[in-house]
Design a protein around this ligand. Structure first.
Ligand code: SF4
Ligand code: SF4
Length: 389
């Protein structure tokens, strides 16, 4: 663990100033449309000062806190994905010039951004998307353009929402890797300060410009107790033991029909998920036919078009689409990218209009695993059989 420092609340604006001085556009949480969303911030006053969120399956409410905490909420409907993997990106344009065409590839000029308030589960989600967009044979240029310049200021969680389950996904609530600076907010009576540590050289350089002093042992202990408190508040979890094999063996489980009877196939869960990355492309032309553009847009495995191939959709039932989404998140993702595609942020539970809960779906399938049912129906009779050939 690197050395920890104390930045007092009244000096927090200095962090904004130091980042802006280095050419960063500061992006972080702010209150808009009755939610805490991520957007460009001018100053500390734009943060959700004194606000918290109440979440549960299909429920999200903002509430005033009794204090002036800057980061006293959990996560909202946005994730950093909207900046690193934007919902719409122009890939190229083409202009007619006489009898030929000029193709202009997009430059993907993205401002250097500092993200303030990145939670541990979100750091993990960014690491997962790094693998998807940068880790294979083909690099995604728009993602690369945004990611290379990004400065990440993590905030350790001091409270958990009712839909959080990052502990069971080994993704939080304490930031352990992938940040430039990590903060823990401490608010006790009139005392309001941040315990700060650097995770990179450039993080240490920014920290060196702030009016900080070394943390005392008691302050470090208080900072360590905050994520422990958040972890203790978490009521949801996923048992990941053998989850890939569990889901592969239960493709025909009746639970998929039951969840499909409730699922609206709206795709909200994929839009709010910080790791979902599927896209489609659309070509558009102007009315003269002289100019055309190709755009990449977020898509969802819940749409019929997403699996459209040669005259029909491969997954034409809600059952097939929900099963595809959950099995990809928790099982095939492991084969594809070497980790789970879920970080336990709980957004898909909060923002599902009918409160479908991925943790409950896994629990239900595990409790009625078809493999157990089959072995009960055909109990081992103790006979040793030879292969008849
Ligand atoms: S599947 Fe749900 S809980 Fe998991 S990362 Fe996506 S939105 Fe968060
Ligand atoms: S699980 Fe919920 S959020 Fe996802 S598609 Fe179905 S109804 Fe929409």
């Amino acid at each position: 663990m690197s050395e920890q420092f104390i930045l007092r609340r009244e000096n927090f604006g200095e962090l904004f100033a130091a980042l802006k001085l280095r050419g960063y556009q500061v992006v972080g949480p702010t209150v808009r449309d009755a939610a805490i969303v991520y957007d460009e911030l001018d100053s500390v006053e734009d943060l959700p000062v004194g606000w918290t969120d109440e979440q549960d399956g299909g429920t999200y409410r903002l509430k005033k806190r009794s204090d002036n905490s800057l980061f006293g909420y959990v996560v909202g409907p946005n994730s950093w994905k909207q900046f690193l993997h934007p919902p719409t990106v122009r890939l190229w344009q083409i202009a007619k010039s006489g009898t030929t065409f000029q193709i202009e590839e997009e430059k993907h000029a993205v401002p250097k951004r500092a993200f303030i308030g990145v939670r541990a589960c979100e750091l993990r989600a960014i690491a997962i998307q790094d693998k998807v967009f940068l880790g294979g044979s083909f690099v995604d240029p728009p993602y690369q353009a945004g990611r290379e310049g990004a400065f990440l200021v993590a905030v350790n969680c001091g409270q958990a929402g009712k839909t959080c389950f990052c502990v069971s996904m080994n993704a939080g609530p304490k930031a352990t890797a992938g940040y430039d600076l990590a903060l823990t907010e401490i608010l006790e009576g009139a005392e309001h300060y941040f315990v700060v540590e650097a995770g990179t050289t450039r993080g240490a350089e920014v920290l060196g410009q702030l009016p900080c002093r070394p943390a005392q042992k008691l302050e470090e202990e208080k900072a360590a107790s905050m994520p422990a408190r958040a972890a203790a508040q978490m009521s949801r979890s996923i048992d990941n033991a053998g989850i890939k094999e569990l889901l592969y063996a239960n493709m025909e489980h009746p639970r998929w029909e039951e969840v499909a009877a409730r699922c609206l196939s709206c795709g909200n869960c994929t839009m709010v998920c910080p790791t979902c990355f599927c896209t489609t492309v659309e070509d558009v032309t102007d009315l003269t036919g002289e100019h055309a553009e190709r755009w990449q847009k977020w898509d969802s495995c819940f749409t019929m078009d997403f699996s459209y191939l040669h005259g029909g959709s491969i997954r034409n039932s809600t059952k097939a689409r929900y099963r595809q989404w959950m099995t990809h998140k928790l099982a095939t993702w492991i084969d594809q990218f070497g980790s789970s595609g879920c970080v336990g942020c709980g957004r898909c539970i909060t923002w599902c209009p009918v409160a479908i809960d991925i943790t409950e779906e896994v629990r239900s399938i595990r409790a009625t695993d078809l493999r157990t049912k089959l072995s009960k129906e055909k109990p081992d009779d103790g006979n040793i059989r030879t292969n008849p050939g």
